[in-house]
Write a protein that binds this ligand. Sequence first.
Ligand code: NAP
Length: 243
Amino acid sequence: MKRVLLLGGVTDALAIARTLGPQHVYSLAGVGRVPTDLRCEVRVGGFGGAEGLANFIQQTGIDLILDATHPYAAQMSQNAVTAAKLTGVPCWALRRPAWQAGPDDDWREVADWAELIAALTPFQRPLFTLGREPLQHLHEIPAHQFWTLRALDIYPGNERCEVIGARGPFRLEDERELFETRNIDVLISKNSGSTATEPKLEVARERGVPVLVLKRPMLPEVDRAFWSVGEVLAALQNAEDAS
Ligand code: NAP
């Protein structure tokens, strides 16, 4: 494998990036922290759609795209597959398995923001863990609700919303305290499948709090899909050995 373009932005992608040598490229959208201690090249910012990505691949001699973006970063995943087709470069992907509800869980899947807001009506103290999207809706908070909103960074809230800036991994005891002190009666979450953010689901289960789960987007077919970082690293090693 001469030159891999790793599309990242999540913990698993960073774990892969840490194993890559200087000929490889780790790409970030620019919304989170940029690591400064990697041996591989790090680039930050969008490519300008699938065609921009295809140009980047051709100009920089990439011979494998490895999509390890967040399971809800569907646009980037689609661009990766389109650019792979445009350039003839293979596209592999790490597809993190979804969390599965157990018998003591009360999970309710919602397809989009409108369904989410409708499902929230009976509740008073929701905890949003969807990132920044709810910030656009702070002016729509019904009079009977007070929102707690957790995002990577802190943003201004209002009289009916507290915004907490925090980055995982989150500890079970801290999540218990968050639910307790804010009197949370419903949790809103993506199904990221990440162990770093899983403890909130355990607390919801313990307290009998329902979870509104935003449906996972459809992701495109890739040349090879992997379910764990270990599988990706083994495949990269095999490709390296074969080249
Ligand atoms: P998205 O909707 O799929 O992508 C939007 C645009 O951002 C893409 O079209 C691309 O711009 C740029 N982009 C995304 N990932 C990139 C990458 N790794 N390198 C370079 N450009 C990238 O993505 P999103 O949901 O906004 O997420 C943005 C980033 O945050 C992703 O890298 C993702 O892994 C990470 N992240 C997302 C979530 C989430 O819940 N969505 C959670 C944690 C982390 P161009 O079209 O200009 O190339």
